[in-house]
Design a protein around this ligand. Structure first.
Ligand code: GAR
Length: 198
């Protein structure tokens, strides 16, 4: 199975979906570690409950962003992953991590619309009638990397950022499980932003 390190900051429902899928050997993924940028993330508790090693790498414990990124790259690298998944990890990754690892991110909007940390609220405030989620490879920009998969989610009358995000997350979890499994089992090639999973 492909060795996968998952990076988290929040509740970890996407992480949970990956852990659940990985109980089937045919899925081809072993979640070998879960890393967070802060203590107390509920996602870390999920990892512990499943006996998965965890680590925490906090920006304020480092002299600057670059030192933090180098330390994070080292902690990820200690688990020799084939793939890194950013699942609700609310930090921009730097060169040290990105040069060493293929990183997949899941984002709660149809990129390139609404990048950044407030995608769902931004989409709602803009008044779009359709939004959704995107799985993409991470590059040095903010949510700019090559797109792997997208799923559309209609906005409903009366939606709040919370209600809309919950509906997005329901389809997002299946999208992420599908994409990560395909990458794990088949790998990928990248030409001019076009990702091919053989
Ligand atoms: C997900 O919707 C993910 O797309 C989003 O955080 C949520 C994490 O949920 N990520 C971002 O907004 C990144 N900019 P989870 O902790 O339950 O998996």
């Amino acid at each position: 199975a492909a060795r996968v390190v998952v990076l988290v900051s929040g509740t970890g429902s996407n992480l949970q979906a990956l852990i659940d899928a990985a109980t089937d050997p045919a899925y081809g993924v072993q979640v070998v570690a879960v890393g967070a940028d802060r203590h107390g993330a509920r996602a870390l508790e999920r990892a512990v409950r499943h006996g998965i090693p965890t680590f925490v790498c906090r920006v304020p414990d480092h002299r600057d962003r670059q030192a933090w990124d180098a330390a994070l790259a080292e902690q990820i690298g200690a688990h020799t992953p084939d793939l890194v998944v950013s699942a609700g990890f609310m930090k921009i990754l730097g060169e040290a991590v990105l040069s060493a690892h293929t990183v997949v991110n899941t984002h709660p909007a149809l990129l390139p619309a609404f990048p950044g940390a407030h995608a769902v609220a931004d989409a709602l405030a803009y008044g779009v009638r359709v939004t959704g989620c995107t799985a993409h490879l991470v590059d040095s920009g903010v949510d700019t990397g090559p797109i792997l998969e997208q799923v559309a989610v209609p906005v409903e009358d009366g939606d709040t950022p919370e209600s809309l995000h919950e509906r997005i997350k329901t389809v997002e979890r299946s999208m992420l499980v599908d994409v990560v499994g395909r990458l794990a089992r088949h790998g990928h090639t990248l030409t001019d932003r076009k990702v091919t999973i053989p």
